[in-house]
Design a protein around this ligand. Structure first.
Ligand code: 13P
Length: 287
């Protein structure tokens, strides 16, 4: 069964660990993440960007696929199906389709408009038991055409949005999507600490989980981060393993061209990445 992300994140905040949001791209991705979560007895959030939603033939297809897998694979750990960086229109679309959680990214609007739109989405979502993530201060880098400048969030704006009753809050603290540049200055823990104090007990979300050093991840969790988003790292792991398979000529041996064989090493690489993150985030055995 799909669940809202609210309870699992409140529990994570209290227990000082974080739940991973892993973005999905196709059937193999989804299956790999769900199986790993079950094996490690960890709660999990499946993230779907608008671009990935379009790629996977729309939100209804995704809801059908995820529910079908939960049933067929016997997944009993809490699973939230979450729209990542949703626009106002798509937030409504996924709620209709049956997602259990939604991010409305109004960070590019002026704060007043971000507040108005977030408020409306909270009202509709909470009537259906769907959790809501809001964003203040855009996350740097580019993800599926959503480009952010890497702002550092304003603490007062964070408090204003948190007070609306969102279930989790993403605040820019120097984090960016994709690989971090050599000269990256690191996370702004001073700002995170202030936001955390001002919005307590709101679970905070750290986007751009790929490539953040382990000690920074642990410190961020100790300062109130309860959800960490990872996307690029699974993609890199999948691509590397698949490239190695082809470069070793394995697709030319026997039935190595069968997609179930061709993609198998990539799937194992996704599983290994998800496992590593769940262990680092501390969500193992917290289902
Ligand atoms: P990465 O691709 O950098 O891991 O970021 C994922 C993310 O924040 C999804 O919203």
């Amino acid at each position: 069964m799909l669940v809202s992300a609210r309870e699992m994140l409140l529990k994570a905040k209290e227990g000082k660990y974080a739940v991973g949001q892993f973005n999905i791209n196709n059937l193999e991705w989804t299956k790999a993440i769900l199986q790993t979560a079950q094996e490690l007895n960890s709660p999990v959030i499946l993230g779907v960007s608008e671009g990935a939603g379009k790629y996977m033939c729309g939100y209804n297809t995704i809801v059908g696929m995820v529910k079908g897998m939960i049933d067929t694979l016997g997944i009993t750990v809490p699973v939230a199906l979450h729209l990542d960086h949703g626009s106002y229109e798509h937030a409504y679309k996924v709620m209709e389709a049956g997602f259990s959680s939604v991010m409305f990214d109004g960070s590019h609007y002026a704060i007043d408009e971000n507040i108005e739109k977030t408020k409306e989405i909270i009202r509709v979502a909470h009537e259906k038991g769907i959790s809501v993530e809001a964003e203040v201060g855009s996350i740097g880098g580019e993800e599926d055409g959503v480009i952010g400048g890497g702002e550092v969030a304003d603490v007062n704006e964070c408090k204003m949005i948190a007070d609306l009753g969102v279930d989790m809050l993403a605040a820019g603290i120097g984090n960016i999507h994709g690989k971090y540049p050599e000269n990256w200055a690191g996370l702004r823990f001073d700002v995170l600490e202030e936001i955390s104090k001002a919005t307590s007990p709101m679970p905070l979300v750290l986007h751009g989980g790929t490539g953040i050093p382990e000690d920074m991840i642990k410190k961020a969790i100790s300062l109130g981060v309860s959800k960490i988003n990872v996307n690029t790292e699974c993609q890199l792991a999948f691509a590397k393993a698949t490239r190695e398979y082809v470069e070793a000529g394995k697709d030319l041996q026997g039935k190595g061209f069968d997609p179930r064989k061709l993609l198998a090493d990539g799937v194992e690489a996704i599983k290994a990445t998800v496992k590593e993150k769940m262990e680092l985030f501390g969500s193992v055995n917290k289902a």
